[in-house]
Design a protein. Structure first.
Length: 393
């Protein structure tokens, strides 16, 4: 029997070439008086993107302040700095110019401005947010899907903890998506984004629910499409069609569409990677690629039909022999794809070698962050998570 579900996607999408020139108009529609332009490193300035956005805001008669410096696995310390700046300058709207890290940092700042107390409380599960400052996005990286999602992930760099907080309050009012803005990305960052997009779909796909067939078909087509165009980008990084397909897929993979009537999905791979990111500051998508194969081998016995369907419908495995053989071929085919776009399939390939002490610490932290068992395909306990980390070495 199909599960009941809710689907909520309030974000207005403006997709295509030169769409960033409409940013001022879009913010003016929100009735904003003063904006925080939040961004990452020097590339946004060097490319001229920030200048185009500033000009657009000035033409719309909107004043602004800026705060750069967002890094991958965005830091809590910069979130605190942004909260202080927004309160001092009476900012009433945040514009995130960048990828998932910038957007998540903007969301956290929005929570911190709109609620009393320490914003980290939300990420530690101590209390729920009651509001969030409105925000919009000019997307420059196809990966996290944060431009349309209710999710937000922040790293407390002091403690080496990476934690998520989900609430509809932070969904962006609009998302400007110009695929051309992703063409200057390093190949590794593009591929890491692809891995993240795929995992956002796979996390929802692997479950024990009686899924709606239309949801499965959409998910399978999305994954096949991303893999097709990711291979093209390896040799043709300036291919607009491939950039556009992957950018839109990134949004659809994490706006709830592929999770309708799935019971929410598994998410253990994401939670396991969050510990890697918190401790070792690795690229999120690359960390997911490095851990997924070990997770799949550890849990597939509990969802054989699902893993077989994934192998056949997504990876094109011909079901010869036993179901277990088909599943194994599917897992290996997925890892072969990751290698084809130069993503790691082990922690060693990721460039890290956790000690046994670090493995135990990550597993314990992951269990604590999850409030107990982790995932739904197999509810993982601390010892299970530690073993998956060991398998991934």
């Amino acid at each position: 029997m199909y599960q009941n579900f809710e689907y909520y996607t309030p974000t207005k999408v403006i997709f295509g070439k030169e769409t960033e020139l409409r940013t001022g108009e879009l913010i003016r529609e929100q009735g904003s008086k003063k904006v925080l332009i939040h961004f990452g490193g020097k590339s946004a300035a060097r490319s001229g993107l920030l200048d185009r956005i500033r000009h657009s805001l000035e033409e719309a008669g909107i004043s602004y302040v800026t705060l750069g410096g967002v890094v991958p696995n965005p830091h809590l310390s910069l979130v605190y700095e942004g909260i202080t700046l927004c309160k001092k300058e009476s900012v009433d709207f945040i514009l995130a110019v960048g990828g998932g890290s910038v957007i998540d940092s903007a969301k956290a700042i929005g929570y911190g401005v709109a609620n009393e107390g320490d914003v980290w409380d939300f990420f530690e599960g101590k209390r729920e947010a009651e509001a969030c400052l409105p925000l919009g996005v000019v997307l420059t990286i196809a990966a996290a899907g944060s431009e349309m999602s209710d999710g937000c992930v922040i790293t407390d760099e002091r403690e080496g903890l990476k934690r998520a907080y989900d609430a509809d309050l932070c969904r962006p009012r609009f998302a400007v998506m110009n695929p051309e803005l992703t063409m200057t990305l390093p190949a590794y960052q593009t591929a890491s984004g692809v891995a993240d997009i795929l995992m956002h779909t796979m996390e929802r796909y692997f479950n024990h629910s009686h899924n709606m067939e239309i949801t499965d078909v959409i998910s399978e087509a999305l994954m096949r499409n991303v893999m097709k165009y990711a291979r093209i980008l390896v040799d043709e990084p300036q291919n607009y069609e491939a950039r556009a397909e992957i950018m839109w897929a990134g949004s659809l993979a994490h706006n709830g569409l592929t999770g309708c009537a799935t019971g929410g999905g598994d998410w253990a791979s994401h939670n396991l990677e969050h510990e890697l990111g918190g401790m070792f500051d690795v690229a999120h998508g690359a960390g997911l690629a490095a851990i997924w194969g070990s997770w799949a081998r550890y849990v597939n016995h509990a969802a054989k039909d699902r893993f077989e369907k994934f192998a056949v419908n997504v990876l094109g495995v011909v079901p010869e022999g036993t179901k277990e053989e088909t599943i194994d071929k599917g897992i290996r085919a997925m890892e072969d794809f990751y290698r084809s776009i130069h993503m790691p399939t082990s922690l060693t390939e990721l460039g890290i070698s956790p000690t046994e002490e670090q493995i135990e610490r990550m597993a314990a932290s992951c269990e604590q962050a999850s409030g107990g068992a982790n995932g739904c395909v197999v509810p993982l306990k601390k010892e299970d998570m530690a073993e998956i980390y060991r398998m991934a070495l």
